[in-house]
Design a protein around this ligand. Structure first.
Ligand SMILES: Nc1ncnc2c1ncn2[C@@H]1O[C@H](COP(=O)(O)OP(=O)(O)OP(=O)(O)O)[C@@H](O)[C@H]1O
Ligand SMILES: [Mg+2]
Length: 256
């Protein structure tokens, strides 16, 4: 389970970040990048962050630790900036904390990872249909000499259609992935060659454990998915379908 913490101080908004993430301190004395439940994109973005980070860990892609961070109404009250205050007020309750990596640098290609890690990151993004790792938005940090993957809220986009349409594992299984603009494309070798080994780590049991990490209150039932356990099962089914399906999403010979 993800650790459950309480925010003790709102420090500052992050300068980058479309969803206005902020930095907070929590009652474990840690500092976290907070992804707010009240930000425009809603709870599904937080769910995608937890799921993709969980899968990343299974294939040894470094990701910052995650935590559930509770926001108290009092923290919003003491915030002077009106836009931030609105966001904090809308986010009272549980939010996603991403362990802040102090002194990390945004990825600029000057210290690329080895081909092995680059291939695993591209495979992760292809599996989870994460288009958000290009040169215009690398979403990689360099910290302690390693490359860390962040910002997975845009992945698993299929769940945004769930309120109106039943999940379609077949459609997701067949959805292609375009790795041509991936920020690590030129560093990676043949990603397809890695598929069997990486897919073998995502057993039904390990995927279920990842899906179980999503806090219950972030899961939104729909007419087709009546309760949280049905929604969780749907995520596993979607991912299994992609892993077992026609594999047209696996990037072939990514090296330029
Ligand atoms: N764990 C972290 N440690 C240090 N810095 C971080 C961390 N997470 C994010 N950042 C910094 O904050 C920026 C914004 O974070 P992130 O990409 O997760 O937010 P976002 O709102 O989803 O962004 P966008 O939509 O602009 O891609 C990152 O580009 C990075 O510079
Ligand atoms: Mg980002």
């Amino acid at each position: 389970m993800l650790p459950e913490l309480t925010a003790t101080r709102y420090v500052t908004p992050l300068k980058e970040g479309g969803s206005l993430p902020g930095i907070v301190e929590a009652d474990d004395d840690g500092t976290y990048v907070l992804k707010f439940r009240g930000a425009g994109q809603g709870l599904k973005v937080l769910v995608a962050e937890v799921l993709v980070a969980g899968i990343a860990r299974l294939i040894d892609v470094p990701v910052p630790d995650l935590a559930v961070v509770r926001l108290d109404p009092r923290i919003a009250k003491y915030e002077a900036d009106e836009e931030v205050q609105d966001l904090l007020t809308a986010s009272v309750g549980t939010n996603l904390g991403v362990d802040f990596l102090p002194g990390s640098l945004g990825y600029d290609g000057s210290r690329p990872p080895g081909a092995d890690l680059a291939e695993r990151v591209i495979w992760l993004d292809a599996l989870t249909a994460n288009v958000d790792r290009t040169w215009s938005n690398p979403n990689l940090l360099v910290w302690h000499g390693r490359t860390w993957a962040i910002d997975h809220g845009a992945a698993l986009y299929f769940h945004h259609s769930w309120p109106s349409r039943a999940p379609s594992p077949e459609r997701f299984a067949a959805q292609p992935f375009d790795a041509s603009r991936h920020v690590l494309r030129d560093v990676a070798g043949d990603v397809a060659r890695r598929h069997d080994e990486l897919a073998a780590r995502l057993t039904p049991a390990t995927l279920e454990a990842v899906v179980a990490e999503v806090p219950e209150e972030w899961i939104e039932p729909t007419p087709d998915l009546a309760d949280a356990s049905t929604v969780r099962a749907a995520y596993v089914q979607m991912l299994r379908a992609r892993l077992d399906g026609p594999l047209t999403w696996v990037p072939e010979g990514a090296a330029a």
